[in-house]
Structures are given as structure tokens and as C-alpha cells.
Design a protein around this ligand. Sequence first.
Ligand code: SF4
Length: 93
Amino acid sequence: MSQDQKPTSRRTVLIGAAALGGLPLLAAAGVAHAAGTLPKANAKYQDHPNAGKHCAVCNYFLPGAKPTAVGQCKVVAGPISPNGWCTMFAPKA
Ligand code: SF4
């Protein structure tokens, strides 16, 4: 080791490992919050429920600031009403 190199501390290694280990989680979180790109017409989106099924109880819904606010969808593009519905509906588990 030359005099310009500093020894790597255990703390530095642990912080680096934690950062690398956390990357997949961050990437997954980024994907999970990405709005969809499918046009509403392709998904036959409507701004009202279908037989009790609606976006607020769909696994793909990304809620707005309030439960009644317009949100987004992980599949369908554009603003999504919590009372909307489309053919991609998937109930929350
Ligand atoms: S019902 Fe359709 S538009 Fe609504 S959140 Fe689910 S996938 Fe998105």
C-alpha cells in the first residue's frame, strides 16, 4: 500500500455493502410508483365503478393526496379517479 492510500475501515465497508444491498429495493420502489402508459381507451377506462369494483380497491391504483383525490395507475396513463374502473382491474390482496 502506498502512502497515498488510506486503509478501508470496517465502517466504510459496511456502509458500502448496505448501500449496494439497498439498490434493488430502491429500484423496486421506483418501479412500484411509476405511472402506467396504457391509454385509457385501450383499457376501456370509465370514471365510475363497475359492479362495485373501482380503482380505490385495485392493486394498481396510486392514490392522490386524499382518499377522494384523483390519483394515478401503475398500468393506465393519465389522472385516475378513485371511483373509476377499467378492464385491467385487479383487487387488492
Ligand atoms: S381499475 Fe384500471 S385504471 Fe383503475 S387502478 Fe385498476 S388498473 Fe388502474
